[in-house]
Design a protein around this ligand. Structure first.
Ligand code: ADP
Ligand code: MG
Length: 137
């Protein structure tokens, strides 16, 4: 069993497709073991995406992530990290495979509907960033 962090980004929350995205996870063997809706502060978004702080898109990414509420979840299941990345599709929705979350719900590389941890190690760090142990069950 693995756990991974998923964020439904402000564009998808605005479109009111939270349930449709959660259905993709549940229909593919992932279980929501923690979930909350919150509006990130700029400090939160900067800290969460610190690995990208030197990238040219960093400021736009932070501004986008604080543009509205997000839904943050811990997904649990077999190979959860990789499975979530497969369900999400490529970072750029124009390159995302048909039937993936980003192909179906995202508009652009900036507003791309979901975040997902990219490794087991980062999943642990990202889960700790958002959730206390007692919130995951
Ligand atoms: P992913 O979310 O697929 O793991 P990255 O970790 O590489 O992608 O990037 C984090 C987020 O930064 C992406 O989801 C996307 O919103 C944004 N991003 C990445 N690359 C670009 C880019 N070239 N231009 C604009 N935004 C980008
Ligand atoms: Mg990433």
């Amino acid at each position: 069993m693995q756990q991974t962090l998923s964020i439904i980004k402000p564009d998808a929350v605005k479109k009111n497709v939270v349930g449709k995205i959660i259905d993709r996870f549940e229909s593919n063997g992932l279980r929501i073991v923690a979930c909350k809706r919150l509006w990130l502060s700029k400090a939160d978004a900067k800290a969460f995406y610190a690995v990208h702080s030197q990238r040219p898109f960093f400021n736009d990414l932070v501004d986008f992530m604080v543009s509205g509420p997000v839904v943050v979840m811990v997904l649990e299941g077999e190979n959860a990290v990789l499975k979530n990345r497969e369900l999400m599709g490529a970072t750029n929705p124009k390159e995302a495979e048909k039937g993936t979350i980003r192909a179906d719900f995202a508009d652009s590389i900036d507003a791309n509907a979901v975040h997902g941890s990219d490794s087991i190690e980062n999943a642990k760090i990202e889960i700790d960033f958002f959730f206390a142990k007692r919130e995951i069950c």
